[in-house]
Design a protein around this ligand. Sequence first.
Ligand SMILES: Nc1ncnc2c1ncn2[C@@H]1O[C@H](COP(=O)(O)OP(=O)(O)OP(=O)(O)O)[C@@H](O)[C@H]1O
Ligand SMILES: [Mg+2]
Length: 120
Amino acid sequence: MRKITKIEIITRASKLEELKEALNKIGVQGMTVSQVYGCGLQKGHTEVYRGKQYSVNLVPKVKIETIVCAVPVELVLETARKALQTGHIGDGKIFVYDVENAMRIRTGTMGDKAITDDEA
Ligand SMILES: Nc1ncnc2c1ncn2[C@@H]1O[C@H](COP(=O)(O)OP(=O)(O)OP(=O)(O)O)[C@@H](O)[C@H]1O
Ligand SMILES: [Mg+2]
């Protein structure tokens, strides 16, 4: 069984279309998109103020999850970076996870074969 990896990208909602197209171009086989609220190192504020305690502000973001096995993880990361990087605060974050198993429910196919289109 080939390695299965989940890549979770949290970024600006305005970048969703661009990212979706870029991922489609490199052959990503599926994705799940959610509207989420979050904050990172600036606690949702656009500037860091020193010496004062500011409350956490939750900013609307989009979360894109894709599970890959045939498409190299490095290619997904680089493609996402190219599509999303503006250099400004709030570009987002990417988290990478090992996936233990997967099932295509229609056929009961398990493992990497559940992700690839070998038997679509
Ligand atoms: N440590 C974390 N745990 C869970 N979610 C996080 C974490 N850091 C960031 N996120 C999610 O990623 C989104 C985007 O984060 P953001 O781009 O502001 O990260 P950052 O680390 O503050 O980087 P930057 O300095 O570019 O703003 C957040 O709104 C949140 O949903
Ligand atoms: Mg931030």
